[in-house]
Design a protein around this ligand. Structure first.
Ligand code: MN
Ligand code: MN
Length: 356
């Protein structure tokens, strides 16, 4: 394989040639993330033998049970990325307050990450991953503050994820398309196996947690109902449904063969404006999806245009094949459908009967 393809390091050096003034700090950070991901891939691959299954008896800032691997993953990310002094601050799903470099003004970048995504899937041996977003730190030479992270996703310099599946992959955008690298465990390098990943504009696959259907907003109900109506319905074709309950795994499937993913804002818990986290889940996945020709949305409009208000903010997230996501946004813009109560899938004997 090494005779035919670039390693991640070589790819980053090639990219850097476009910026003769670049210091190498950017590459160092991306390679730091990749190093953390390689270490985690080994731990995950050892399964129960790693002694890392189960919870630590604590809940994180999200109110979710922390797994031992969540804590290890967070420590690994911090350790791999503090070296070099290129990060002025790091925001993690597992830390209420970001890590801030003590040296004022040191480091030109900010990192936000979900060190272990889908960690509830660990014990059942399903794919998990890590997600990261790279932002520029303010030009003013000062210590980082939480508010420095509150930048819209359109400001991201790079984003990516690692997926720890049957193979470990590292999927990256530095703003010029999306590249997929596969870990060669023999030599411990990520090799470029999926250059310029692109999402087909159309699809016959959608992913949503249907157990929440009674809480969905009307445009989502309309969209799903039309998919379920199949070849006899308004879409004129049959759809398949997928649900892995791991954002990285869903994103990876869609980047590979298209589809649409929905975790919309719903009425289940009015205090939460959606389920997924804007800064280290929706924005980085959104950048990858759009760089691959797809679309990333809140359901109503582009997710990467949203001005974040807090570090661990949640948001409704809909992404995937461009035409499908645009259709959902159109249904939002059109407002409630007049005949909604009469639609077959939501009436008394319907499959997804609403709560009313
Ligand atoms: Mn996580
Ligand atoms: Mn996550």
């Amino acid at each position: 394989m090494l005779t035919k393809t670039l390693t991640l390091t070589q790819f980053l050096i090639e990219e850097r040639r476009r910026f003769p003034q670049a210091s190498g700090a950017f590459n160092s950070l991306v390679l730091g993330v990749a190093l953390a991901c390689k270490a985690l891939a080994r731990r995950v691959a050892h399964g129960a033998l790693s002694g890392m299954y189960g919870g630590v008896g604590e809940t994180n800032i999200q109110g979710e049970a922390q797994q031992k691997l969540d804590v290890l993953a967070n420590d690994t990310f911090l350790h791999c990325l503090q070296w070099g002094g290129y990060a002025r601050g790091m925001l993690s799903e597992e830390m209420e307050q970001p890590w801030i470099s003590e040296i004022a003004g040191q480091g030109d970048y900010l990192l936000a990450f979900d060190p272990l995504d889908g960690s509830s899937n660990i014990d059942v041996n399903l794919s998990v991953g890590s997600i990261f977003s790279l932002l520029r730190a303010p030009s003013e030479r000062k210590r980082a503050e939480t508010s420095d992270f509150l930048q819209p996703g359109s400001q991201q310099l790079a984003a990516g994820y690692a997926i720890y599946g049957p193979a470990t992959m590292f999927v990256l955008t530095v703003g010029r398309g999306v590249q997929g690298f596969t870990l060669d465990p023999e030599i411990g390098e990520f090799l470029l196996t999926h250059p310029q990943m692109t999402i087909p504009a159309q699809t016959k696959e959608f992913a949503i947690n249907a157990s929440n259907s009674r809480f969905w907003e009307p445009p989502i109900r309309r969209y799903v109902e039309e998919c379920l109506a199949g070849s006899k319905g308004p879409r004129g074709k049959d759809f398949n449904m997928r649900w892995i309950a791991s954002l990285v795994a869903e994103a990876h499937r869609i980047l590979t063969r298209g589809g649409v993913f929905m975790y919309p804002r719903d009425t289940k818990d009015p205090s939460k404006a959606g389920r997924l986290r804007l800064l280290y889940e929706a924005n980085p996945i959104g950048m990858l999806i759009e760089q691959a020709g797809g679309r990333a949305s809140t359901g109503a409009g582009p997710v990467m245009q949203v001005q974040p208000e807090s570090a661990h903010q949640r948001i409704g997230f809909v992404f995937g094949s461009r035409e499908e996501v645009e259709r959902i946004e159109r249904y939002h813009a059109e407002g409630p459908v007049a005949a909604e109560e009469d639609t077959p899938l939501f009436n008394l004997r319907g499959l997804f009967r609403p709560n009313s």
